[in-house]
Design a protein. Sequence first.
Length: 290
Amino acid sequence: MADVLPPSYREARQAFLEAADAAGARVTTTPHPRRGLDGEDLAVDVAEVGPPDARDLVVIVSGTHGVEGYLGSALQTQHLRSLAGADQGGPTLVFVHALNPYGFSWVRRVNEDNVDLNRNFIDWSQPPVANLEYAELADTLVPGDWSEGTQERTLVTMAAKLEEVGIARLQQIVSGGQYSHATGVFYGGAGPVWANDWLRAFLGDRLEGVARAAIIDLHTGLGPWGHGELISSEAPGTPLHDRQVAWWSDVTSLHDGSSVSAELSGDWLAAAPGFAPGTEVTGIAIEYGT
């Protein structure tokens, strides 16, 4: 797989746009306000294949966590290449390339504000829920300097916390989301960020008049190498989770301990049905283990 992964955001974007052109896709581009690692333009590019007025859509998103866009872009580009000259029946395919282009280009998980997009989609009309246990570890996880002494202190402190609470609880404390330490890890922000505003507006507009939309959000990181785990943001027993299982069969959940991921605060797939209340939205994340 390594030989098909793009070496940079700039080359990934170029390959995606060339594949979209070859497939006869309709392409729209929204420029991002910041610049990339090499000074290049950044943007969210959307390529659509199929009737513009289709009642059924499949939306495939890459780069929610910027650096994970390398694989997501490769999958989207390969899919578009396979559509060149092919029969374009079935639901319309909507490829959203690089939801977080800044993180993609700068090889970072987070965006230009050090915000993890999958912790930013909370209800900002209410105060964020405090993660008090994260606050206790904040200076250990992200010390003021990264000397040999602080590294040793971090290792010892985290090992003690692991022994105290176990791996699952520690993963939840650290990665579930926090809103108090702007330079910390898994930071959810202080309000909606650029990509949050863009995604809400885009899906709210694009899904108007659409009956059903499947959303597939491409991720990498957790789990066995190369295995793609289908992760639901919904609790088992809910109608949406039942539909996800009916569609995709082998689905884990963030809410019952079956997933490699901790339960998240503010992930966007959980919020997506609210972007277009008139559309049946069924979303899933695919986490390819690295």
